[in-house]
Design a protein around this ligand. Structure first.
Ligand code: FAD
Length: 557
């Protein structure tokens, strides 16, 4: 039988993975990999850290080379070669060699598209000025790094507070540059809920970053060697360089022109086998629309992990092995200076959009036993079903140890686990690594307490629903903590250890909202109040979360 000819368009995350997988499955197949750029399989995710000089050796960004891929996998790699069109009826591609300008046709039996997504540019004047950059690939990185090395800019504006923008913020600051972030939304990091993003805002500001939220860019100009960034609030910011990081758009033009089905946001539509509306063509990565693993809704989630997995699955199916992609849950993590910001599954915006009933709870935790030196705090938010406690999403912001907790929770969501399961998870413990009750277990305990009615919670944005005439705020922290950390205006202080003695003097007709730093002592206090027949709630996330949200003018309930 004639060997199958598999052609792949795009040779980075999804495409290179598909090619290598295909060779492992079929030693005889003819595999051709087209890449428009000069580099294949480079580490997109490492690019900001090369600009910041955490990664010093540029070669480290090149995960493999065309020569190495050909030698190991006998794949024909054609770089600087753009696929211009697909003739589906004739199963032929129109191809252009970008080095010499020549064009030719290439036949395929099966085709996998992994063309990725391109950075959006705001539709305003003069985004083409010198000193304005966007970041997708190695040439972009070389341009930015060369500019920073040569010009030694003192100030930069990053437009867009998504993960690429924020990673660049950290790395530009590391290069001694004063950075301002302009973000159209009221928060950075859209996958986070606003109160969790508030923790990131505080940290960015503490690290000297100027944050302009709820602000768009209306144009750019150049004066006296500087770039002037005009903003939607009528102000101007002068700076030495600009990074545009306002999101990406799927590179689906090739698919659209070929008449393949695409979704509302332009992503190529595929089935669970990653097969497009043409049975001989598969598509993967940032260019495809996927199913949200939790809600089942169509989504565009441009991340490296899903692109790699889809590449493998498309290769399986292209070569006749049944393999299924069950959806993307958007598990992601970003390093912001000393903070890690991580999410998985749905957030409040997406759960509401999907009209799924949900409850939320907040708990704080230490990366490892607090008595062992070096532990760091994290704030953990869960979203779960009120009916049976099924996990819907999780967000964690904190120091060390955020990565492992988000991965446990991502795994739990994949396994359709509930908050009851989180209580039971037996996770590795010794003092340098965790606590006997891991923050994931504690998040489960608290959510289960809420589900079982052991405690009723109010959230930071619900405080104003309670009228002062009938409601009393009681802060159960020690007096010196209030003095040091601050307090919610109007709250009375009764330290938790004095509660049992003082509770009889409290007005039994009132509702009490109990407050502590993170919600643990206020839960204990709630149990004491409830046992004494008082109507009470615990402030979820405590004063700690409330303080960050209130500090942040831009975050509104
Ligand atoms: P890509 O990796 O973008 O590859 C597509 C390739 O196709 C491109 O090289 C393009 O030149 C080529 N191509 C397009 N059209 C054609 C054509 N017609 N002919 C020939 N070639 C073509 N994700 C994470 O999960 N974690 C991170 O920390 C992270 N950090 C990132 C940091 C940066 C700066 C960037 C840019 C991305 C980051 N990502 C991260 C996202 C991740 O890199 C992408 O989700 C992933 O690379 C998508 O893989 P892909 O194969 O769909 O597209």
């Amino acid at each position: 039988m004639k060997p199958l000819k598999l052609v792949i368009v795009g040779a980075v995350a999804g495409g290179a993975t598909a090619a290598a997988r295909a060779r492992r499955l079929d030693e005889r197949a003819e595999i051709v990999l087209f890449e428009r750029g000069d580099y294949i399989s480079f580490a997109n995710c490492g690019l900001p850290y090369y600009v910041g000089e955490t990664i010093r050796d540029r070669d480290q960004l090149l995960v493999t080379t065309p020569q190495a891929l050909t030698k190991r996998y006998r794949i024909e790699v054609r770089t600087a070669t753009e696929v211009l069109a697909i003739d589906r009826a004739g199963k032929r591609l129109q191809v252009k060699n970008l080095k010499d300008g020549s064009s030719y046709q290439e036949h395929y039996d099966k085709l996998i598209l992994s063309p990725g997504a391109e950075p959006l540019r705001p539709a305003v004047a003069r985004t083409d000025l010198e000193g304005i950059f966007s970041l997708r690939n190695i040439p972009d990185t070389d341009r930015i790094k060369a500019f920073v090395d040569r010009e030694q800019p003192r100030s930069a504006v990053v437009v867009g507070g998504g993960y690429i923008g924020l990673e660049m913020v950290e790395n530009l600051v590391k290069r001694g540059i004063q950075v301002a972030v302009i973000e159209m939304a009221g928060q950075v990091m859209a996958p986070l809920d606003p109160e969790m993003a508030a923790l990131a805002h505080s940290h960015l500001v503490e690290n000297g970053v100027q944050l302009k939220l709820n602000t768009g860019v209306s144009g750019f100009s150049r004066t006296g060697g500087q770039i002037i960034v005009q903003t939607s609030d009528g102000n101007e910011l002068a700076c030495d360089m600009v990074l545009l990081a306002v999101g990406v758009r799927p590179e689906s033009a090739l698919a659209v022109t070929a008449g393949l089905d695409v979704g509302e946001r332009g992503g190529i539509l595929t089935d669970a086998a990653m097969r497009t509306s043409d049975p001989s063509i598969f598509a993967v990565g940032d260019a495809v629309e996927v199913k949200d693993f939790v809600s089942g809704h169509p989504v565009m989630i441009p991340l490296a992990g899903p692109a790699n997995k889809q590449g493998r699955i498309a290769a399986d199916n292209a070569l006749g092995r049944a393999s299924c992609y069950r959806g993307t849950q958007g598990t992601s993590i970003v390093k912001l200076f000393n903070l890690s910001v991580a999410t998985t599954g749905l957030n409040e915006k997406t759960v509401q959009h999907a009209e799924i009933p949900y409850l939320t709870s907040y708990t704080d935790g230490q990366s490892h036993s607090s008595y062992y030196p070096g532990s760091e705090l994290m704030m953990l938010k869960l979203l779960y079903s009120p009916a049976d406690g099924t996990l819907l999403g999780a967000q964690i912001v904190g120091g060390k140890g955020v990565d492992k907790r988000i991965d446990v929770l991502a795994t739990a969501i994949r396994g359709r686990m509930t908050v009851f399961d989180l209580e039971e998870l037996e996770l590795a413990y010794a003092p340098p690594f965790s606590s006997a009750k891991d923050p994931v277990n504690v998040a489960g305990f608290h959510a289960v307490n809420i589900l079982k009615g052991d405690v009723r919670c109010v959230h930071w944005h619900e405080l104003h629903d309670f009228t002062p005439e009938t409601t009393v705020l009681v802060d159960v922290r020690e007096a010196d903590e209030l003095e040091k950390d601050g307090e919610i205006p109007g709250a009375f202080n009764i330290p938790i250890d004095e509660l049992r003695e003082r509770i009889t003097s409290l007005d039994r007709r009132r509702t009490y909202i109990l407050i502590c730093l993170a919600g643990l002592r206020s839960y204990v206090a709630c149990r004491i109040f409830a046992a004494n027949g008082l109507d009470c709630y615990s402030l979820s996330g405590g004063y700690g979360l409330w303080k960050h949200v209130m500090k942040n003018d831009a975050v509104s309930a």
